[in-house]
Design a protein. Structure first.
Length: 768
């Protein structure tokens, strides 16, 4: 019996009809036509199967009822023959349960249609098989909705929707409804609404945010050829990830809620907001599972601008004067539209003005990093920007997860600096190594000791440092004094390269070097504690001291870059990618986790913590590349709790993600649906995507409709403009739109800030 929870005595009934068909009726009106769940059939025919009875892979003749769209595979990825199904239909708790069993493989699929309250019913699908097999794909027709020429709308927020629909509404939806969550087509909310002259209906996925491992499937609502009913079906997504999820169980529940038609105030179509009461079940779950979290505090007096910066490296760009493949060092970089959309093929004088360096800086990053950092500080201040986020790609991977997310590791090449030792600096020193009795066992000039804690880094590449993450100091035989001779026969943990190539005779393990080195200056002397790496347990226990006389400080190029921004009081951040490379240096591959297990999340957390520890509190802006659609929601919840003052922008976020952290690459302003679901949502927007003239807007193409968009979004609390090296151009367009920028932009080009001629050309580049 259906639960009577609403007034007016309306109720949902599930009625059995002939041939095991059922129909859902609400308040005397058919909601569904008589129908029943069924697998798609491919018809009879012979094909190759794995026979679970004979345990052989062979050709089997299957009839139409056996050759259906439910596939399981064995450990060798061979399709398993299921045989004939044992079908069962049972009335239960006012609803109906359809079940099909395949005994030889313990496989089954089950569909239940159950009333929930006076206006709703649930359709639940369960599929399972023996643990020795894996689910592969399926396609099931569920029921037929009795709607005639209805108008529809769904929670799919695609770039097409943003550009072609008004911000106030995304309806109507022409053709099919598709709910595939969290994967494509960028389904912001796994819900939809539908209405004709008789009824209105809301459809939503339940339990979306309780899932740890996402199982990709697609619910489709497809009108028949005459538009007089809608076929509802469920299938495994064509996304290749589904085939790689090693599971033998699948379940999904969808809620269907009905009402009388909604008053659309003269509008001919329904939208999600018109009928939000009909998919309120999803919002109730969302509020419980993913409560809205506030965004971090930001300086509201600054222009809402994130300045983007790229350091891209590609192997095909490597040459003698660009040994690490940096696009920005290659002569062709000025033709790259992602680098310079306004003035390709600039002359060297303009390049120098824009970047701060010229041909003499081609080569390793230490030759140009400081000049370029100074130029970026100038741009940040000129635009009164919130922050700078640096993108990077590299042609070489590093051994630690966080380091592979930064610049090409060759940026770790150092450059001499003045001042005090800062975190992650290298100290050049003259050292004397003494045993517990004070005898000198080794001396070395030009030793390099780093002021950092390698214990903070979790290793990914097991082949690089099998002994652990402590800092080590290597000594050659020429460094060893007479008192140190007893350690050499028992020297341990040296690789073949150490012994044969680098002639390393002894390795010391340093203890807490960072603590004693920070704040020191050249000329200072400190004493570090160490242990000998030895195969002799007694020698390995000896407390060794190292007297360190600092002769100089060397800083990695990346630290020169960030310290320049820090000293100027600017905030900044970096790209964090979901994947990284692992394996032996000669055979590396890309690895991606779902970050759900404890040790995986520790690695993910480390990527952010490493930046914070190394670069300080000013480093708090992070772009999470390719995270949005694949990472389980609770991972984002943990990141927000662990880094509450950081801006974490997930690429293409869905609803729960945008409630927890920020969104990246938004195509336009947040519409009413998005603000309803994520009232605190904060997203970045790209002018070249939201403006009709795209790249041309910075070249002077700025139609009136683009000015209206600019004015609307300029101080929108839900939006931050994101611009690639064109902050002056963005400010100029904002001023032309009537926005208050707080920055005077006079006679400057959109790109470089160079003075303009009356005809709009840059001075020094007059037209011939």
């Amino acid at each position: 019996m259906a639960v009577m929870s609403w007034p007016c005595m309306a109720e949902i009934k599930v009625e059995m009809r002939s041939d095991d068909n059922c129909a859902v009726v609400w308040n005397g009106k058919n909601v569904t036509l008589p129908s029943k769940p069924a697998l798609r059939s491919f018809g009879g025919g012979a094909r190759e199967w794995f026979d679970p009875n004979s345990r052989k892979y062979c050709k089997i003749e299957a009839n139409a009822s056996q050759n259906t769209a439910l596939s399981i595979v064995n450990s060798r990825r061979q399709n398993v023959f299921l045989g004939d199904a044992r079908a069962k239909v049972e009335m239960k708790d006012g609803g109906v349960v359809y079940r099909n069993d395949y005994p030889s493989t313990s496989t089954y699929w089950q569909c239940s249609i159950m009333p929930v309250d006076a206006s709703a019913f649930d359709v639940r699908i369960e599929i399972g098989c023996s643990p020795e097999y894996w689910l592969s794909n399926f396609e099931i027709s569920l029921l037929k909705l009795d709607f005639n020429n209805a108008t529809c709308n769904s929670g799919s927020i695609t770039s097409w929707s943003h550009k072609s629909k008004t911000p106030e509404s995304l309806g109507p939806l022409d053709g099919n409804i598709s709910i595939c969550y969290p994967n494509g087509p960028n389904c912001f909310v796994p819900a939809a609404v539908i209405q004709d002259s008789r009824l209105a209906m809301g459809i939503c996925l339940l339990g979306a945010h309780r899932s740890i491992l996402q199982d990709y499937s697609e619910l489709s609502v497809i009108p028949d050829k005459n538009g007089k009913c809608y076929n509802v079906g469920l299938r495994s997504s064509e996304n290749p990830f589904f085939g790689r999820i090693y599971t033998n169980m699948f379940s999904k529940t969808f809620r269907f809620r009905v009402s009388e038609p909604k008053d659309l105030n003269g509008r001919p179509y329904i939208s999600m907001l018109d009928a939000k009461d009909l998919w309120r079940d999803y919002m109730d779950e969302l509020d419980k599972q993913v409560p809205t979290m506030p965004t971090p505090a930001r300086d509201l007096s600054k222009n809402n601008i994130i300045l983007m910066n790229f350091f891209m490296g590609e192997s095909f760009m490597v040459n003698d004067r660009n040994p690490y493949g940096y696009l920005m060092n290659d002569p062709d970089w000025k033709k790259n539209p992602w680098e310079w959309s306004v003035k390709p093929d600039m002359d060297e004088a303009t390049v120098r003005k824009v970047t701060g360096f010229g041909p003499e800086n081609f080569g390793k990053p230490v030759k140009w990093i400081k000049n370029y950092a100074d130029k970026c500080v100038k741009d940040l201040k000129a635009g009164n920007c919130l922050a700078m986020i640096t993108w990077s790609s590299s042609i070489v991977a590093d051994n630690y997860a966080p380091e592979s997310q930064l610049f090409n590791p060759e940026l770790e090449e150092t450059i001499p600096v003045d001042g005090e030792v800062r975190s992650w600096d290298w100290v050049a020193a003259e050292i004397s190594v003494k045993n517990p009795t004070g005898e000198i066992i080794a001396q070395k000039k030009g030793a390099l000791i780093r002021a950092y804690n390698p214990e903070q880094l979790i290793q990914v590449d097991q082949f690089s440092r099998p002994w652990g993450a402590e800092q080590r100091l290597k000594l050659n035989e020429a460094d060893i004094q007479a008192a140190g001779a007893k350690y050499l026969p028992k020297a341990g943990q040296r690789s073949n390269k150490d012994r044969l190539v680098d002639k390393v005779a002894l390795i010391l393990k340093l203890k807490a070097a960072r603590t004693k080195l920070l704040g020191q200056k050249p000329g200072s002397t400190v004493t570090l504690d160490a242990l000998v790496i030895s195969d002799d347990p007694e020698l390995a226990k000896e407390k060794i001291s190292i007297e360190v006389k600092i002769t100089g400080i060397q800083r990695a190029a990346i630290d020169v870059w960030t310290q320049t921004l820090i000293d100027a009081g600017q905030e900044f951040g970096f790209l964090i990618r979901e994947d990284f490379t692992v394996g032996m240096p000669w055979n590396q591959w890309c690895q991606r986790f779902d970050w759900t297990s404890d040790w995986q999340y520790k690695m993910l957390k480390q990527r952010f913590q490493w930046h914070r520890d190394r670069f300080g509190e000013k480093c708090r802006w992070f772009y999470l590349d390719v995270f949005g659609n694949y990472t389980p929601q609770f991972v984002f919840d943990m990141l927000r709790n662990d880094f509450p003052d950081c801006f974490l922008f997930a690429e293409h976020p869905n609803d729960g993600v945008l409630r927890t952290i920020e969104g990246w690459n938004w195509e336009g302003s947040m519409n009413e649906l998005e603000r309803y679901v994520a009232p605190n949502g904060l997203v970045t927007i790209l002018p070249e995507r939201i403006f009709s003239s795209k790249w041309g807007w910075a070249n002077g193409e700025f139609p009136e409709k683009d000015r209206a968009v600019m004015k609307k979004l300029w101080r929108d609390p839900h939006c931050i403009f994101m611009v690639h090296r064109e902050v002056r151009g963005l400010l100029k367009r904002a001023a032309e739109s009537g926005c208050e920028t707080g920055v005077e932009v006079k006679g400057e080009s959109p790109q470089s800030g160079a003075a303009l001629n009356p005809d709009g050309t840059i001075k020094g580049e007059e037209k011939k």
